[in-house]
Design a protein around this ligand. Structure first.
Ligand code: SIN
Length: 285
């Protein structure tokens, strides 16, 4: 609980590993004290969920700017008049979805986004939830021997890996408008264990959608260890699940967690507005 204008702000964890639901706040009108509390909660819980936020596009962009600088998504155009907002939609007649495999956003960029915001605009009657997994816990629960091995490795990410095939198929259907860069293949290498620039904690930083190999090794050499890590890092004890309704707004920290959009709502439309916030080149240990 807070004083003054932030009196009714309440932060309730949603799982043992990560995430909190924040109530008693209008995101379009929050004062500096409330924002400071929410920013600290973002660092503490990695994922914040807000309900009933009727944010118009301009208010949504203004909110994003309080957390950081909106970044351009390299593979899709933004909303008309609001290039910072990418519409992510699955139409009722589509079967593939966007982001339907565990990942941290755009790790194939040299400076992947620090955070992502999603606002639910239209949701199916059931399904369409998003799963999140804490990568601090994924790292901290490894053996000392494995931690030492991983601290010396870099993971190579490619936008051409399998999630990108899903994305391309989805863009081709026209539910998202492809940018002129949609055909490009982007690659980047990052420490397999990254130090969070604000909390100082260590997080596992490879992901099934984008990481193709360890730097200096072949894909075949890398696969056994990567496959082990891809399973380890999303076990149920590290996760939280968000159920969406129109007006739900979420912000998550890409530097220490992964997410996966559950594709279980064929026959119904789902529309989200996404803003990513610029990040920095990840530090190793
Ligand atoms: C994404 O991967 O950014 C999309 C998540 C979602 O639609 O739930």
């Amino acid at each position: 609980m807070m004083d003054g204008a932030s009196q009714s702000l309440a932060i309730q964890p949603i799982s043992g590993a990560l995430g909190a639901e924040v109530s008693g706040i209008d995101l379009a009108r929050m004062d500096e004290a409330a924002f400071a509390a929410i920013h600290q909660a973002f660092l503490d819980h990695q994922l914040l969920v807000f309900r009933g936020q009727g944010l118009a596009p301009a208010d949504y962009v203004a909110l994003a700017r309080r957390f950081g600088a909106p970044a351009e998504y390299p593979f899709a155009k933004g909303l008309e008049g609001f290039p910072e907002i990418t519409m992510i939609a699955k139409e009722a007649d589509q079967t593939s979805n966007f982001g339907g495999m565990w990942h941290s956003d755009t790790t194939y960029k040299p400076d992947p986004p620090k955070a992502t915001m999603l606002k639910a605009v239209e949701t199916p009657p059931a399904g369409g939830d998003t799963l999140f997994a804490c990568q601090y816990r994924a790292y901290e629960t490894l053996s000392d021997g494995m931690k030492a091995v991983l601290r010396g490795l870099k993971g190579v990410s490619s936008s051409a890996k399998n999630a990108s095939a899903l994305r391309t198929a989805h863009l081709a259907t026209g539910s998202m408008s492809a940018s002129e860069k949609a055909a490009d293949v982007l690659t980047a290498s990052h420490p397999a264990v990254r130090r969070h620039p604000e909390t100082g904690r260590l997080a596992l930083y490879v992901n099934r959608s984008h990481t193709v190999a360890f730097e200096g090794m072949t894909e075949a050499e890398s696969a056994p260890l990567l496959d082990y890590l891809f399973e380890h890092q999303v076990q149920p004890e590290f996760t939280a699940r968000v159920r969406w309704e129109p007006g739900t707004v979420v912000i998550w920290d890409n530097r220490c967690m992964q997410h996966c959009a559950v594709n279980d709502y064929d026959g119904h439309r789902r529309e989200m507005w996404r803003i990513t916030l610029e990040g920095q080149v990840p530090d190793g240990v």
